[in-house]
Design a protein around this ligand. Sequence first.
Ligand SMILES: [Zn+2]
Ligand SMILES: [Zn+2]
Length: 386
Amino acid sequence: MRNLPQGYDNPEHAPAKFCLICGAALSFDAEGSCRWACTRCHWKHEDAPQPAANVMIPVGHEDVEEREKNGTLRIQRREDALDPEQSRLVTIQRKAPPFKGKWAMPAGFVNSFEDPGEAAVREAREEVSLAVRLLRFVGACHPLRHTDARFAMNNIVLSWLASVEKDGDLVPADDASDAALWDESRIPELCFSSHKFIGQGWFAGKYPWSSGIDHIDFDSDAANADTVDLAQYCIKCGAPLGWSENIGRSRCQDTENCGWIFWNSPTPYSRAVLTNDNTILLRRQDGMWNLPNGPVPAYCSPSEGMRAAFRGGREIALRSNLTAIKISTTNRIDIVFGGQFNPTEPNDAADCLFPIRSLPDDLAPNDRRIIEHFIEGTYKETGSQR
Ligand SMILES: [Zn+2]
Ligand SMILES: [Zn+2]
C-alpha cells in the first residue's frame, strides 16, 4: 500500500466509514481502488491532504512598545528590511487540540475555494489581531509523520513570511489563548516541526526581506460547488448532514455523538517549472500543454506529490518552492516548484521539451502566467521543504 499508514485498511481506524453521497457503508479497496469506497454508488474517499496556511511574522525590537495600562504589546507597521538578529517572531498558544496549550505560529485550515495566501492573512487577523502583508512564500511540507493510522496526520502546511502592515495591538483571539513575541532561543519549543523549520530558517537569514509574492489574478467565476450539493451523509457515523449557520459549513446532525464537519477543503496539486538550459518540460493533458502536475497523494508532502507525477519516468530534481495559488474555477490549490529535468533520458509519451522563450500557443493560460512570472524573476527562490 503506497504511502498509506499502517492499519489504514482496518475498519476501526478507517478515515471514512460511510459514503458521503448515499450513506452506505464503505469497504476497503472496492474495485481495486486502494481506498475506502462505496460499493453502491462508487464514491471513493480520495483522502487528499487537508491544506493549512501558516504565517511567520517577524517584529523588530524597535517596533514594539508595551502599553503602560495593561502590558499589551503595541506593534508598529514595518516597511524597511528587518535584520533577523534584531527581531522576534509572533507566536500563539493553541486553544484547541492537537497540541492544546502548546505554542505555534498563527495558522489554520484553508477554506473551501479560498486563496491559501489570503488564508494566511486571515489567520494573522483572527488569531493575533494583526493586519499583515505577505512578503514571500517560504515553503510547503508535511507537518509531522506517523506510520500508525491512529496518529497519522493527513495535512500539508503552506507557509508565508509577512510584515505587519498597520500599527496594532498583539491580542489573542479565536483559536489562540495567548500571544507573544519569541526570540531565537525559544523557537525549538514550537509544537509543529514545520514551524520550527521555518523559524530557524528566519533566524539563520535564509529568507531575505524582499517581496516575491505571486499576483496572478485567475478568473473567479464559475466556481464548481458540485461536491457541496452532493454531500448528504456523515462519513464517520452515517447520520445525515445539515447546514450549520454557526460554523458556516455542513455538519453531522448527530452533534452529541459525532459532529463531524464537512470542510470541503481545496485539493492540493503539485506543479513544476522544470528547465534545463533554456528548455522547459511541458506535458500534454486534456488537449493542451501544461506544466507537469499531479494531486498530492494521501499522507504525502507536495514534493512527494511532484515526484509521483513522474513515477517510473524521467529523473527530476526539485530545487525550490515558488508559490502556492488558488485555481478559482475548481476547489484546488497549486503548489509550484522550480527544478531541473535530466535531458538525457527518453521522453515520457505525453511530455515534450520547448524553448522557454518560444512557448506553444495551446498552453494552459494559468501555466503560461506561472512561466512568465518565473522568467521575470517574480518568485524569490528559497530551498524547498521536504
Ligand atoms: Zn455511496
Ligand atoms: Zn457523524
